[in-house]
Design a protein around this ligand. Structure first.
Ligand code: C5P
Length: 231
């Protein structure tokens, strides 16, 4: 029997990460945070000196080196009971550092390279083990798991997402400016949606949910109803 795969795609700040973790707990499934893979690769590339001041050194994309790093990346995801992941790179705890805006910026630069996405494809599919997988990302339903029996596309207005991000940062005692965050979100959306390879978009057979004016518990209940009908 093939493991059940449930895909959940959407822009950052849509509540996807939280909901994916809650769904993984609810169903007792494995969790793939594919964004973390791109973040880890961005971080590793930086450690290897491939970046200079946030851009590729000499403005030349080191495609082959990045594809090799993607294939050999030494990573571990260790979930706790709430499916909060402890993330290790080369055996070191990088749980916090991969979540910074800087690492997000590196991630989105490596994510536009076709050879990188290709190299990460099998690594992502390897997460699909019994009894099932919740796969969180941008192209889970369209590219990585096109045959998944249940696909969700979670979205929210740019304003709603910016407000959530400000709250998140304030909770971590980090100063946040809503206007800067909003313009970052709009720019990142555009990059993710307009890129040539694996752009962010709903799969044809995805359930589209807008979480702008809904609480997390309400959305969770809606997703569980949908998944129970399809899996
Ligand atoms: O979801 P998260 O913000 O952690 O993702 C970081 C970046 O990695 C995204 O902005 C996107 O460019 C890239 N990404 C991707 N495909 C995925 C997951 C993330 O291209 N499946």
């Amino acid at each position: 029997k093939v493991p059940n795969v449930i895909t959940i795609d959407g822009p950052s700040g849509s509540g996807k990460g939280t909901l994916a973790a809650r769904l993984a707990v609810h169903y007792g499934y494995n969790l793939l945070d594919s964004g973390a893979l791109y973040r880890l690769l961005g971080l590793k590339a930086e450690q290897e000196g491939l970046f200079h001041e946030g851009a590729f050194r000499g403005n030349v994309i080191p495609t082959e080196q990045l594809a090799n790093l993607a294939l050999t990346l030494d990573i571990q995801f260790i979930p706790d009971a709430d499916q909060q992941l402890l993330v290790l790179l080369d055996g070191h705890d990088v749980t916090q550092v991969i979540r910074t805006e800087q690492t997000g910026h590196l991630a989105s630069q490596v994510a536009v390279i076709p050879e990188v996405r290709e190299a990460l494809l099998q690594r992502q599919r390897d997460f699909a083990v019994q009894p099932g997988l919740i796969a969180d990302g941008r192209d889970m339903g369209t590219v990585v798991f096109p045959d998944a029996p249940a696909k969700i596309y979670l979205t929210a207005s740019a304003n709603a997402r910016a407000e959530r991000r400000v709250k998140q940062l304030q909770n971590m005692a980090i100063d946040a400016n809503i206007d800067n965050i909003l313009s970052d979100i709009v720019a990142r959306d555009r990059r993710d949606m307009e890129r040539a390879i694996a752009p962010l978009k709903p799969a044809d057979d995805a359930l589209i949910v807008d979480s702008s004016s809904k609480g997390i518990d309400e959305v969770l209940a809606e997703l569980i109803r949908y998944i129970d009908l399809h899996v």
